[in-house]
Design a protein around this ligand. Structure first.
Ligand SMILES: Cc1ncc(COP(=O)(O)O)c(C=O)c1O
Length: 470
């Protein structure tokens, strides 16, 4: 099989092989029923590791484009050759363009919560000030209020932008005035807007590995060549970022999912790298309001002297994910394009929600809520660490946030994915590090404290402990 694979970077090979195979299969160059080379042969031909080829094959098997027949090898399925030729045979069948490979995740609210709920990234809704919120929303929703009649600007309600600038400055040390803030539909839209205005197809985007899949896949969807960069105890390993990366996506306050902060030396090195190579840095500060240290490290955005950092904040963890409110703070050079992108893609956000949130901030109620929730999460975090202490796990130290990662110690007889599947049967909800990694990584687990009922933590960890026993 003649396969053209663009392998210009050391990392991101699995992705490159996947794309080349996907294209060969869906354009009919590899017809249904054809046997693919063994992973060993293809790896040798391409000069890559066998694991890279095997992972690409596994992905295509999972998507139904390849099938493995025991003892016989790996074959192209009819589903693969259906895709492109089917358009010609049956013009009525519409198919998405190549590249749509993201599998929609089930919504966390669609399934009953596990009794021991260590799912990642879910805040405790019972702490949310619903009565106050209802009152503020009602006030914003009256006839003649800001939501009445007209369209708003793409940057968001001026009151909201001013309140958010004060909040991000006061709580996180971000350097921003009202004009610097653009309201978004959560962090995810902020990433999308940044990708739209900065990336050309084929541009290299460096992401942390393990890292946030929603960011990684979004950049890939915009045509970027996504290059995973490893993370160590100091966070993103800056000297492994490719020089030609146009954009670097990072979670410096609380690395997602491992949890360590990016050290000050690495922060400086990252900014120096960005300045040297003309790259943009996207700083995703998704849950660091919940901190367990007095003086957090300054955000990259505040250390940036060259206008290279786009800071992304969200109220998905500090309030509720369902509000779908976030924001970005961008250098002035990008602002007009970002506003144009927001206006053309979805107009603007819900003004009455932004108005109510501005009041929540201005009246000091958001800060109060965050203080209260931080204390609850810090207690759960402490109980969780105490309960984990007896298990064959190595907890990754973190100073903030809603979850904890822990590596499996040597000698644990099962892999993390098997642990997660078995734990689920015992009504313990948690995640495997494998769900967030693309390359080789230490095996481990990720446990959230946001949704966990405090009294259910110890019994949940006892159940987990039984699954880790030799
Ligand atoms: C790394 C990271 N960024 C951002 C978010 C929040 O995204 P959004 O604001 O779109 O809800 C999450 C939530 O899980 C996250 O884990």
């Amino acid at each position: 099989m003649d396969l053209a694979v663009e392998l210009s970077s050391r990392t991101g090979r699995t992705d490159a092989i996947y794309r080349a195979l996907h294209s060969a299969l869906t354009t009919g160059r590899v017809p249904a029923g054809e046997r693919l080379p063994s992973t060993r042969d293809l790896a040798r031909d391409l000069g890559v590791s066998r694991a890279s080829v095997a992972t690409a094959y596994e992905r295509l098997v999972a998507e139904g484009f390849l099938e493995t027949r025991t003892g016989a090898g790996t074959f192209a399925t009819a589903a693969a050759s259906d895709t492109a030729p089917a358009r010609r045979r049956n013009p009525g069948v519409l198919r998405p363009r190549a590249g749509w490979r993201w599998q929609v995740r089930p919504a966390s609210g669609d399934r009953p919560a596990p009794a021991h709920d260590f799912r990642v990234g879910i805040p405790d809704a019972t702490l949310f000030p619903f009565d106050t919120w209802r009152r503020l929303l009602a006030a914003e929703s009256r006839a003649g209020g800001p939501a009445a009649g007209s369209y708003g600007g793409p940057a968001g309600l001026p009151r909201f932008r001013a309140a958010v600038a004060r909040y991000a400055t006061g709580s996180r040390g971000v350097r921003a005035g009202a004009d610097d803030v653009v309201a978004t539909t959560g962090a995810q839209q902020a990433l999308d807007l940044v990708a739209r205005v900065l990336l050309e197809p084929g541009d290299v985007v460096a992401v942390e590995d393990p890292g946030y899949p929603e960011a990684r896949e979004l950049f890939a969807l915009h045509g970027a060549e996504v290059v995973p960069v490893p993370v160590d105890a100091d966070g993103l390993v800056v000297d492994q970022i490719p020089a030609r990366a146009r954009l670097v996506y990072t979670t410096p306050s609380h690395q997602f999912p491992l949890g360590m902060p990016l050290s000050l030396a690495r922060r400086r090195a990252l900014l120096a790298h960005a300045a040297r190579h003309g790259a943009a840095v996207v700083e995703d500060d998704y849950d660091s309001e919940f901190r367990r240290v007095n003086r957090p490290l300054e955000p990259l955005q505040a250390l940036d002297r060259d206008g290279r950092v786009v800071y992304v904040g969200t109220f998905s963890k500090s309030l509720l994910p369902g509000l779908r409110v976030g924001y970005l703070v961008a250098p002035p050079s990008l602002r007009d394009a970002l506003l144009a992108a927001r206006q053309l893609t979805d107009g603007h956000g819900a003004v009455h929600v932004q108005g109510a949130l501005a009041r929540l901030i201005d009246d000091g109620l958001l800060a109060r809520h965050v203080r209260k929730a931080s204390a609850v999460y810090a207690e759960r975090h402490e109980i969780l660490l105490d309960a984990l202490a007896g298990l064959p796990l190595e907890v990754v130290p973190s100073a903030a946030g809603l979850h904890v990662a822990a590596y499996l110690a040597d000698g644990v007889p099962v892999g993390s994915q098997a642990v997660v599947a078995r734990a689920r049967r015992g009504s313990v909800g948690l995640e495997s590090l494998a769900a967030f990694a693309t390359g080789p990584h230490r095996d481990g687990l990720v446990l959230g404290v946001g949704a966990a009922v405090t009294s259910s933590i110890r019994p949940g960890i006892q159940t987990l402990g039984r699954l880790l026993e030799p």
